[in-house]
Design a protein around this ligand. Sequence first.
Ligand SMILES: [Zn+2]
Length: 457
Amino acid sequence: MKKVIVFFFLVFIAANVHGQNPIKDSATIKRISNHVLTNAHCYEDLRYLCKQIGNRISGSAQAEKAVYWAKKTLEEAGCDRVYLEEVMVPHWVRGEEEASYIINGRKIPMLVSSLGNAVGTGNNGVEAELLMVNNMDELERLSDAEVKGKIVFFNHRFDQTNVNTFSSYGPCVYYRWAAPSKAAKKGAVAAIVRSVSSADDDKPHTGSMSYDAKYQKIAAIAIGNKTADLLEKEIGRQESVKAYIRTTCQMLPDVKSYNVIGEIKGTEYPKEIIAFGGHLDSWDIGEGAHDDGAGVVEAIDVLRTFKQLNIKPKRTIRAVLWMNEENGLRGAKEYARQTKLKNENHILAIESDAGGATPYGFGLIMSPEKKKKVQSWSQLFYPYNIYNFSQEHGGADVNPLKRDFETPVMGLMPDSHRYFDMHHSANDVFENVHRRELAMGTIAITMMVYLVSFYGL
Ligand SMILES: [Zn+2]
């Protein structure tokens, strides 16, 4: 018996010597979890952000309101320092509500949403014959004469077979991002894209698109899955189906905006920074609740939790609320530029930009040694059903840090089954975020930040 006790004592000492003390840490982590599940303010913060401020596309009055709300909220959370980082952002506006219908003997109205950064059709709108392609190869095989003067409908479906729906996002986004110019190259007059959506409903999902400067800029809209199904059916049945589209969206001059940053100084290694956060801007439909209100309020709550539990991090922990992730990434680029100017050292950057559902892991992009170190903590996360540390995933806002400084990055991975039902659509509202699930996101990030702040990376 004595031998057994001595053995465990030695294990305990060894663990401490290596800077790992699972017994102490699991108790602190449980304290963090209990506190967040009972006292967290992230859900109420999200309610305010979604309901009192609303959606907040870069350059809008709501985005500006969100900046000052976030600054005040970080100050009230008890940060050592809160500051704004100026950045000029694009200001795209949707204009009047879009008008669109199919002309097929009769007029069938379509629910549509202009793609972000797109140009409008002009006041009179565009009316032309529809040409459906299921993928880019089909378009490439057509002659210019076959495409010229038509509205091209890209009928590329969201792949429902992936369990992690983010795997379906990338291939679809290619169509949203690049398809309009591919159609314009062959003389099309407008483009319609089946929404990047996993939902069996008719909500159009907007999102960024980009023009190839070599070709005419044509109007580009998304339609919901139901309307896309209808178009597919009608076009398959008839010789000629026409559509009418009228959009008045446009890009206005850049507007001054800000990243919002709050931090608690490290007690032993203040120059080693752990950044974590999400993006403050959102699309201009819905409320930007999952994308990315969740990431914003989690980050604020991480700092609040450290303060309320009087946990003093050894390294500096910093919440960064980036501006303009959705249609320009200017905030993230400026943050990286400032990092260089100030000669700051980020030992880790974590992004939460995959929604406010139950987290199950972190994606890791870093050296094998650092991965090993993070994975050695995994048993501390298991009691919270956070178990996956094997994927490579970061986030758009932390990417410039990774690219410019080889900063190790992580992305929080929440359950993704419902995310693309809502993403960039009118479905992305506060009511679709669950209080406990969101709190689990705060817990996961707080745990990770806590461990890295004490043990480094
Ligand atoms: Zn996002």
